[in-house]
Design a protein around this ligand. Structure first.
Ligand code: ADE
Length: 298
């Protein structure tokens, strides 16, 4: 599959896409990625890519002509692309389904925005679509383009060594993954679930399914509406639903204390200290316990 990325920071895109799974896919010729410096498509001696916004306001806006010339260049040198996507927080949200759809195209061009914005005519005259990787603003589209290239490349045959690992990825079936462990079996009082060391592969398979359903039910119940569940998983979900109201997992990053009532925060801190995140598995901070164990041994 061919990707062309148009950016003012070509080195940034080159660097993140030359390591790991995508880097190997490029080396093996499974992914043919060409990165283009937007400044190479300017005509003035300062290689100007941006200008002040009409109507005033802060910041600079990326100009339309360099993008037009860059995409023309790609068309002439690399052929007609199946899609020309502008990376922008205003775009449609990128999902697993979008990655699968994009992986069926032979050639995709990704245009990276920067600064305060991009001239609207890039959207209208150059791009065929617009994608956002989430509801937050990055300093530019480069990392977002790298995210898209990574997720799409994983869907292409041969890119990930173990095809089964792609087939069982979270979101393929709209489910979160079950917990996974590796050695040691014991860590500062935290043991790996016994079933995983039992050698009973039927039980291990059932445990994994149950844990994946439980985790999805607790953390991302929205996914379950469209999840493809088998009989065993449906049964597990029914049990969870019958077990009472769903509690949500605590936020990964807690709210600022000033935005919450003191008693609620205190309760949350106390729950965290005791190792109980609301609604999820009891959590003791393994890292802390581990550090403690290390010190006592020293
Ligand atoms: N550029 C800046 N923020 C972005 C986002 N969230 N997704 C895609 N491109 C972006």
């Amino acid at each position: 599959m061919k990707f062309d990325v148009v950016t003012v920071f070509p080195d940034l895109v080159e660097q993140v896409t030359s390591v790991g799974v995508v880097g190997r896919a490029r080396e093996r010729g499974l992914v043919d990625l060409a990165v283009h410096d937007l400044r190479d498509f300017t005509t003035d001696r300062h290689r100007t890519v941006d200008d002040a916004p009409y109507g005033g306001g802060p910041g600079m806006v990326l100009k339309v002509e360099p993008f037009l010339r860059a995409v023309d260049h790609v068309r002439q040198r690399r052929g007609e692309p199946g899609a020309v996507i502008l990376m922008s927080p205003q775009g449609e949200t990128f999902t697993h389904e979008a990655a699968v759809r994009m992986s069926r195209l032979d050639h995709v061009v990704l245009l990276c925005g920067r600064y305060q914005g991009v001239d609207e005519r890039v959207r209208v005259q150059v791009a065929t679509g617009e994608l956002s990787i989430g509801d937050y603003v990055l300093s530019g589209g480069e990392l977002a383009a790298a995210v898209v290239i990574d997720a799409v490349s994983r869907q292409m045959p041969g890119v990930v060594g173990n095809a089964e690992s792609v087939a069982t990825d979270s979101f393929v079936r709209r489910m979160l993954d079950c917990p996974t462990y590796t050695r040691p079996a014991q860590l500062a009082g935290h043991a790996v679930p016994e079933v995983l060391v039992s050698g009973d592969h039927g039980e291990i398979r059932r445990w994994r399914k149950r844990e994946a359903v439980k985790r999805t039910f607790r953390r991302r119940p929205d996914l379950l509406r469209r999840a493809r569940l088998d009989d065993e998983e449906r049964e597990c979900l029914r049990e969870l639903q019958a077990g009472g109201t769903r509690e949500s997992a605590p936020p990964a990053v807690a709210d600022d204390a000033s935005q919450e009532s003191a008693p609620r925060n205190a309760a949350k801190r106390s729950a965290a200290a005791q190792g109980h995140g609301a609604g999820d598995e009891p959590k003791r901070r393994v890292s802390e316990a581990f550090r403690g164990a290390g010190r006592s041994e020293a």
